[in-house]
Design a protein around this ligand. Structure first.
Ligand code: ADP
Length: 449
């Protein structure tokens, strides 16, 4: 096992990793920018190192500073959390070159899945169903119109290196195609330094369903069921739940087994998420994330498996915690991402939290790094915290969520709490009858069908 882990992240996920380390008896090193000197992860870690000024590129993405922090503190492993360097294959390699363990998958798998075109090809080869689309990148010399017509409009132009919903443009008809191609390509070039784009059939009313996988890197792999992340705004997840209200046990078992088998064949190491769109009873692979996800607590609540703790154990050479047959899905869980944003315009609302009262009680969990008097800096994501609720049934879970949302107080800044309080009372949400475009239609005041 590792002796000392450096957590190359901030906010709630840094705290989440810290908690797993504490339980495992591993010493922790927090790193922080000058803007985060008062952050909770810094206060709770055994040691901390300032790694630079506020902008992420000078601090949380500053590889030389992170290496120096490992050297100074004698850390033997690095946990990247999510975002920042978590899906940077080169970072994983650099750590290895310095005899440091990267707590994550093998660099080759991070690289493979980081390129969505390659990821899709790999998925297909491994027997995972994919969204119909172009065979690879669509360049200026290709007959983009011919390919799009063969797929059938509407089509979605997607960036090969895309992430966070950026570099994606819909072409409703042939007239829109050229503009969508150039806009997506330019956006991809400036955001990811890679202009390559590909085409996909644009699905009209799918759900976003993702499978949590866990591999030991030696050919052993299991799945831990699914999360339904269909409630999205600008392709960003807002509310996640598991099990999906749209799946039955047979469908769950089938897609789960397909993913687990693929991970066994790849000899995948650590935690991962295979993401699908699901429409009319069919699954279509869109991408794989090779890291712990924001919404991982949903799976933890219904499987009673500590994903971050297991991720660390497995990175240190440990075995899978359970066999596939031992995985039991228990009850229902919902996570709300409470952001420091206007619930109407979604404009970020950084600033000082004047009053803070997290909800409690049976089945209620808060993953957050804020406290009363904490100032949310304007430089990073706007997550205040994740409210995660568990119940024996979806109905009990919704009942608890309604109560917990009403109990939660965050004052001094605007938050998306009022949006969740409304959503949890919406008939379509109560019925579990929604798809990936539902929330945007609801917010636009359109009848969401
Ligand atoms: P990113 O890596 O930017 O998050 P994804 O490929 O995971 O991109 O897609 C993010 C979201 O975009 C999906 O959850 C879905 O809402 C939407 N999306 C992606 N592909 C399609 C598609 N082919 N048709 C309709 N919506 C899509």
């Amino acid at each position: 096992m590792f002796d000392k882990i450096l957590i190359a992240n901030r906010g709630e996920i840094a705290l989440r990793v810290l908690r797993a380390c504490k339980e495992l008896g591993i010493a922790t090193v927090a790193v922080h920018s000058t803007a985060d000197a008062d952050a909770m992860h810094v206060r709770l870690a055994d040691e901390s190192v300032c790694i630079g000024p506020p902008p992420s590129k000078d601090s949380y993405l500053n590889v030389p500073a992170l290496l120096a922090a490992c050297e100074i503190t004698g850390a033997d492993a690095v946990h990247p959390g999510y975002g920042f360097l978590s899906e940077n294959a080169r970072f994983a390699e650099i750590l290895a070159e310095h005899n440091l363990h990267f707590i994550g998958p093998k660099a080759e798998h991070i690289r493979l899945m980081g390129d969505k075109i390659e990821a899709k090809k790999t998925a297909k080869k491994l027997g995972i169903p994919v969204v119909p689309g172009s065979d690879g990148a669509v360049g200026p010399d290709d007959d983009a119109m011919g390919i799009a017509q063969a797929i059938g409009f509407p089509v979605l132009v997607k960036a090969a290196s895309g992430g966070g919903g950026r570099g994606m443009k819909v072409a409703q008809s042939a007239e829109d195609l050229m503009l969508a191609l150039s806009t997506a390509s330019n956006e991809a070039k400036s955001a990811f330094g890679d202009a390559s784009v590909y085409l996909e059939k644009y699905l009209q009313k799918p759900r976003h369903i993702e499978i949590q996988v866990l591999g030991d890197g030696r050919g052993g792999a299991i799945h831990l069921g699914e999360r339904d992340c269909s409630l999205q705004r600008r392709h960003q997840k807002v509310w996640e739940e598991g099990p999906s209200p749209a799946l039955d046990a047979t469908a769950r078992k089938k897609i789960g087994a397909t993913c687990a088998r693929a991970m066994q064949e790849m000899k995948y190491l650590g935690v991962g998420t295979v993401e699908f769109l699901y429409e009319d009873g069919e699954f279509y692979f869109i991408e794989m994330n090779t890291r712990i996800q924001v919404e991982h607590p949903v799976t933890e609540m219904i499987t009673d498996i500590d994903l971050v703790l297991e991720q660390i154990r497995i990175a240190a050479g440990g075995d899978l915690p359970v066999t596939q047959d031992e995985v039991v899905i228990n009850g229902h869980s919902i996570e709300c991402r409470v952001n420091a944003e206007s619930p109407v315009s979604f404009r970020p609302s950084p600033g000082k939290i004047l009053q803070y009262h997290p909800p409690g009680g049976l089945g209620v969990r808060i993953d957050s790094a804020v406290y009363q008097g904490y100032v949310i800096p304007p430089y990073y994501d706007s997550l205040v915290g994740k409210l995660i609720v568990h119940g024996k049934t979806r109905q009990e879970c919704l009942m608890r969520l309604r109560r917990a949302l009403d109990e939660m107080v965050v004052e001094g800044i605007e938050t998306t709490l009022p949006l969740f309080r409304a959503l949890v009372r919406e008939p379509a949400i109560i019925d579990g009858d929604y798809h990936i475009h539902w929330l945007e239609q609801y917010l636009a005041g359109q009848p969401a069908g």
